[in-house]
Design a protein around this ligand. Structure first.
Ligand code: ATP
Ligand code: MG
Length: 301
């Protein structure tokens, strides 16, 4: 209440990965594991306390405000909640035009560009003269995507872009996101708590648990040969029509520990069915299992 610092949270801790051009990295994990913090840190919307962020060959970790501003047009974010992320007082035209006017004004005809963007995301031209409340959740997310695309970015972070939408609408938005990537040669970070959703859009997947990456690999590696018990549990939590398919599954019991006070040793040991003594004492390192597959688990490495 008095604005005093009472403690520190390492919401993301010791995380390292590469995203190559035109690739999508899916980031998955339960609520509070640090996905949003990671996505925002990569975009420098949150300042990292340590470490470096390299974007298109440039170390952007120490970019000052001016250099960051010019970088903003290359890196965009689409948020989870299309009801909160669009200004209700602004016409759709102005919502989409705002980043254009800030970053590339004078170089293009704004109205034409807004029309083009609306078409690209599957909305009619007339949409530009309406307000966000006149649209459904799925349409609003299309508007948010059009806004993110407006400055011709190279890289976009999608932070749970479909979790506020009906299941039927989710698939349309995911397809749109994938199509746009192909058309515009985009590079994505796609954040979701749902591995099923991540599977459709990603080339590789990073599984996070209490601020750490516990497993990382190509989509097929994660789905066909998941190594970490936490990844196995997340996979087993995906609903399937066949009740026998989940026999022998890893159930997640208990709560996610707080990142304010993470457990000693392996952070997953409090919920792990295969816990050994070493797991309570020593933190496992993310080890290379070959072919880009990495895991942090004493049982395996
Ligand atoms: N400014 C802050 N002050 C204190 N704790 C914070 C702050 N920002 C994030 N946290 C904590 O850091 C952890 C990670 O938060 P983050 O929002 O990155 O998680 P998330 O994986 O995106 O969760 P969700 O799936 O719910 O969106 C959480 O435990 C959160 O409470
Ligand atoms: Mg989040």
């Amino acid at each position: 209440m008095l604005g005093r610092v009472t403690g520190w949270v390492r919401a993301v801790d010791g995380v390292s990965f590469d995203i190559y051009e035109r690739e999508t990295i899916g980031v998955v994990g339960e609520s509070g594991c640090g996905k949003t913090t990671l996505g925002r840190t990569v975009l420098r919307l949150i300042e990292p306390t340590e470490g470096i962020i390299i974007f298109a060959g440039k170390n952007i970790t120490k970019f000052n405000k001016k250099r960051l501003r010019s970088l903003r047009k290359d890196m965009q974010i689409v948020f989870q909640d299309p009801y909160w992320s669009l200004n209700p007082m602004m016409l759709v035209r102005d919502i989409i035009a705002e980043p254009i006017e800030e970053h590339i004004k004078g170089k293009i005809k704004v109205e034409e560009r807004v029309c083009e963007l609306l078409k690209l995301v599957g909305l009619p031209e007339e949409a530009m003269w309406r307000y966000p409340h006149e649209f459904s959740g799925g349409q609003r997310q299309r508007i948010a995507i059009a806004r993110a695309l407006s400055t011709n970015p190279k890289f976009i972070v999608f932070d749970e872009p479909t979790s506020f939408l009906d299941v039927s609408v989710q698939a349309h938005i995911i397809n749109l996101i994938s199509e746009l990537q192909q058309k515009l040669n985009l590079t994505y970070m796609f954040i979701s708590h749902n591995l099923g959703v991540i599977q459709h859009v990603s080339n590789k997947i990073a599984v996070m648990y209490v601020g750490k990456i516990v497993e990382m690999g190509l989509v097929d590696q994660i789905f066909e040969e998941p190594l970490h018990p936490y990844t196995q549990a997340l996979l087993d939590a995906i609903p399937v029509p066949d009740p026998d398919a989940h026999k022998g599954r890893v159930l997640l019991r208990g709560k996610v520990p707080s990142p304010e006070n993470p457990p000693q040793g392996c952070r997953f040991h409090t919920r792990c069915p295969y816990k050994m003594e070493i797991c309570t004492k020593t933190e496992p390192q993310l080890s290379d299992m070959g072919k880009l597959h990495k895991v942090a688990c004493h049982l395996i490495s």
